[in-house]
Ligand binder design. Structure first.
Ligand SMILES: *Cc1c(COP(=O)(O)O)cnc(C)c1O
Length: 430
């Protein structure tokens, strides 16, 4: 580390020598693992570039439509490029899809009909989907008489036998969540997703396999739609927007199913033909182009964070040298005060709103209070360095994103320093 760097960390961010030395030692320790990340970045960068070349992406595609949004050749090209990258028949990539929850909701309501059954084969779905599936008098799946059941993971892996038992003639769709969400279970990698889909299709090939791909994009060299998923959805303010897309979500998969999602997003009969791109097209395309590199930085940051906090005495998931299939790192904080101090420390290193003190709040869609830290340029963007946690036992903080490895490293140091400053971190020898 350059002496000027050290000086900035100490004087501008008030981080002590011991923590800086720990960070330096950890950086050396993890550098070997970075080689593997570089190979993944290269592969995905070329995949994205090839898709743009093959679809003759041109300057005029970067312009936007207004009003109804008819004949938006920019959006058509974005969707062709996404289809290509994800190895899917079709894609719906829109600024009108506001989040990952919204994208997955389109898949659920687009495909399922009254009397059908949805089966989650990876245990609890992500927190915000619980209202979508089981809410009372909210227009949830339940309100439409669409049944739901789930099979818990067994030792962190799909429980194949139980899945076979739970599948009935009414099972129309299976939900597979790749990333861990707010839980400590391992992330499902692409090979496991492939095995799971093959197993389900062998029972009944007509079951629609939907993958919640949030935080998983470009962390491996294949995407779920390349290994058999019928539908796959995610958010553009996570991985595939590269920190550039200002909003948006995507759905990729079988043409007929994607069309149904578009009918749900706009109106039956209208579908993909409408929807103005407003200021979306250039930023979505540029974001997709940056995404493999940015996800690589986030992965390197995650690897660093795992080792850094492991060395500081915490339990982390996954460990720095385990295979990753998402950009999320979970750290067991043990109590509420430590969790809050961690988030506040991370916030202090954000490029935006570093002077703001995060507080737990009742975020829409979440059953528990949630604390979120992240001085992001795009509101709530978690491809930018961010940490969040439901205020509930076992007080685990989930850290994700980071546009740049060196900034993530600073964030980690700042989080630990703040825990020391607030008197909640006792261990002193690393
Ligand atoms: C973030 C996330 C979602 C929801 O995405 P939002 O954009 O926050 O609505 C769904 N599933 C998983 C696994 C996630 O990590």
């Amino acid at each position: 580390m350059h002496s000027i760097t050290r000086e900035i960390i100490k004087s501008k961010f008030s981080i002590n020598e011991e923590i800086i030395s720990l960070a330096e030692s950890v950086t050396q320790e993890v550098s070997e693992v970075f080689e593997k990340v570089n190979d993944i970045v290269e592969c995905n960068q070329l995949k994205v570039t090839a898709a743009m070349v093959e679809n003759s992406l041109s300057d005029f595609h970067l312009n936007d439509s207004t009003g109804y949004g008819y004949n938006d050749v920019g959006l058509e090209t974005i969707e062709a490029v996404f289809s290509h990258v994800f190895g899917a028949e079709d894609a719906l990539v829109r600024p009108q899809i506001v989040s990952g929850t919204h994208a997955i909701t389109l898949c659920l309501f687009g495909v399922l009909r009254p009397g059908d059954e949805l089966l989650s084969v990876t245990g609890d779905p992500y927190d915000t989907l619980k209202d979508v599936i089981l809410g009372e008098n909210t227009g949830s799946l339940k309100d439409y008489n669409i049944n739901y059941s789930q099979v818990e993971l067994k030792n962190g892996k799909p429980d194949f036998e139980k899945i076979r038992e739970k599948i009935t003639a009414k099972t129309k769709m299976v939900l597979i969540q790749r990333s861990k969400g707010y839980s400590l279970r391992p992330t499902l990698d692409i090979d496991s997703i492939k095995e799971l889909i093959e197993y389900i299709k062998a029972i009944n090939e007509n079951i629609v396999c939907l993958v919640d791909n949030c935080y998983g994009e470009f962390t491996e060299t294949k995407e779920p739609t390349e290994v058999g998923a019928d539908l796959c959805a995610g958010s553009l303010i996570k991985n595939p927007g590269g920190g550039i897309a200002p909003t948006g979500g995507y759905v990729v998969g079988k043409r007929e199913l994607v069309e149904r999602c578009a009918y749900r997003l706009y109106a039956p009969g209208l579908g993909k033909n409408c929807g103005p791109s407003l200021n979306f097209n250039r930023l979505a395309l540029q974001g997709l182009f940056y995404s493999p590199m940015v996800v690589g930085e986030a992965l390197k940051g995650s690897i660093f964070i795992s080792r850094f906090f492991e060395r500081a005495g915490f339990k982390v998931h996954p460990s720095y040298n385990e295979k990753r299939s998402d950009i999320v790192t979970a750290i067991e904080m043990g109590d509420k005060e430590s969790l809050i101090a961690f988030c506040r420390g991370l916030q202090k290193a954000g490029p935006v709103d570093a002077h703001i003190t995060p507080e737990p709040w009742g975020m829409p869609g979440y059953a528990h209070q949630v604390i979120m830290a992240g001085g992001s340029f795009i509101q709530g963007a978690s491809i930018e360095l961010s940490a969040d946690a439901p205020i509930r036992e076992p007080y685990v903080v989930y850290i994700q994103g980071g546009i740049n490895f060196f900034h993530i490293k600073l964030g980690a140091m700042s989080a630990l320093q703040n825990m020391i400053d607030e008197g909640v971190y006792k261990v002193k020898t690393f």
